[in-house]
Design a protein around this ligand. Sequence first.
Ligand SMILES: NC(=O)c1ccc[n+]([C@@H]2O[C@H](COP(=O)([O-])OP(=O)(O)OC[C@H]3O[C@@H](n4cnc5c(N)ncnc54)[C@H](O)[C@@H]3O)[C@@H](O)[C@H]2O)c1
Length: 399
Amino acid sequence: MLALLASGSTALTVGVAPSTARSTRAVSQPAMSSSDRCAVWVVGCGVPKRGMGWYHAKQVIEGDVPNAAVTAVVEPWFLGAGADSPPGKAFAEWAEAMKEKGVAFCDSVDAVPVAEGERTLALISGRTADNPRLLKEVIEKGCTAVYLEKPGAPTVKELEEMRAYASSKGVPVFMGYNKNVTPYVRKALEEAKKRPGSTTTYIHNNAYTEAELPECFERNAEGLLKNMAIHELALLATYWGVTVDTIESVTPDADFSRCLTLKGPSGETFTDFSKAGFTIATKEGQQITLLIDRCGSDAGGNSVAIVSQDGGEVFRSETPDEELIQTVEAAAKADPDMMPYFFLQSDDYQVLKELTTSHVLQGKPGAPEGIATLDVAIDALKLAEYLTPTLQEALAVAK
Ligand SMILES: NC(=O)c1ccc[n+]([C@@H]2O[C@H](COP(=O)([O-])OP(=O)(O)OC[C@H]3O[C@@H](n4cnc5c(N)ncnc54)[C@H](O)[C@@H]3O)[C@@H](O)[C@H]2O)c1
């Protein structure tokens, strides 16, 4: 039986998320006065052209999210101990220019100016380990809702504590899982829904070289499942009803997978997958395969969703598609310092912020369709914590 679910196990009407067309830009929208907009505090901004929070702030400030206005940026490190570093100086230059646009720059959540009656989305994009504390601080400060970058916290235990705290204060938390709204995923879900008995394969390729893996393993020490495959695990939890409790079996693809122990730049050793492939069968009889590879692309990374039936491929969607490759190549040429994934995923980030800020403005309950909640984040991280040793053990036996 096909078990396509929305979060909270509500049946999902699968469709391409609204406003995903690359041509959708704020310039074509009617102007809103700032009091009509959802105020956004970007907490953990990071450096211009490198930090995820910075890119979120840029999109809102430049009018790509007409519902929203950045009223405050909280940057504890680059407005604090890291201010004198070269990235700190780049941050200060950007901050100076943005102050003219009415954005307050604060070195702590406590310093954020709060306007009476304003609906506020606190967008937390700090380092994963700092996020549990930042979530508590923004809720204490009085935000209406939280947008939390994935995976949200280093461990399931911390995410569960965050969920309990947010829920005790009645503050919804939306997760920045962009694959939940991206067109290639939504199109394949739509196709799978039409074909009972079909299986779906998610392929996710990064573009690291073998030589870059030691640094990659150290920087992403939480491991491939928690750091890279977590996007697909969130899809499984959101749309396929996969949790640790609904898994019937996990079949590792020993030929595809590779687990390595490498010495990072610090001299410490790290054991992780450079690639991991496995098929999950659920108790409801659904099968989904994940093929996740750090070095699977030589052109900036790509992701594919394949629907198969009776052993044959019946549908495939991929990002970037030809049109996006050209857009990204032109944008990267024009601005080589910008993280390339910002160009690749720009539309997804815009959709996530449009959906969440309009939800906040309308005072709706629950979460916008497809947006991952903390429940999904917990299920996804539980899957990662369960699958990592399961796969490592299975692959060790297979050798
Ligand atoms: N959804 C996506 O596609 C996507 C992509 C990239 C990152 N992310 C997530 O966004 C969040 C932020 O990622 P990022 O790559 O922008 O992080 P980052 O490490 O570049 O910056 C995050 C924050 O870390 C702090 N910081 C930086 N250097 C520091 C130092 N030396 N000491 C103390 N603090 C320091 C700064 O306050 C900064 O705002 C993470 O949760 C990440 O998982 C999501």
